[in-house]
Write a protein that binds this ligand. Structure first.
Ligand code: 5GP
Ligand code: ZN
Length: 135
């Protein structure tokens, strides 16, 4: 299903031009318009879904295959020194466009980017409790 108000639906289905670097029947992979590094790409499913919470399981499995293909291509063609996969779900997690996408970010020695978090201060009891909750 396509959402007529969704910009990534339009990009994924070719209604809005993009710098496409890969395409198959499930996905279009495009360069991010505001890249973190040279080659920063987005894997966009052609079917609309908001994020990981409603992504069909089979599409999820295929996303990882595509991510690996793109990462290998970046290593081969851009000679990057590493790759980050980043995938944000819902606003508190940093999602700004509400059509599932996986960032594939090539990393270069001294590229000046930081992608990370500071450790939360949890007690051993809190860690035990959350481990129980998640079992
Ligand atoms: P999020 O924060 O939702 O994980 O990432 C959204 C990403 O989409 C951002 O990195 C942003 O630069 C990118 N983006 C937003 N609008 C467009 C667009 O129209 N075209 C492309 N190629 N990327 C976009
Ligand atoms: Zn969409």
């Amino acid at each position: 299903m396509k959402d007529n108000n969704c910009i990534f639906c339009k990009i994924a289905n070719g209604e809005i031009p993009s710098r496409t670097i890969e395409e198959n029947e499930l996905f279009r992979v495009v360069l991010d318009v505001a890249p973190a590094t040279k080659g920063h790409a987005l894997i966009l499913p052609k079917e609309h879904c908001r994020n990981l919470f409603d992504l069909p399981e089979e599409t999820g499995a295929e996303v990882m295959k595509m991510a690996q293909k793109i990462a290998l291509k970046m290593k081969d063609k851009l000679h990057c020194d590493g790759v980050n996969l980043v995938q944000n779900n819902e606003e508190p997690a940093g999602q700004t466009v509400f059509h599932f996408h996986m960032h594939v970010i090539p990393r270069y020695v001294d590229d000046g980017q930081t992608i990370g978090w500071k450790p939360a201060q949890l007690t051993a009891e809190e860690m035990d409790a959350v481990a129980e909750q998640l079992k």
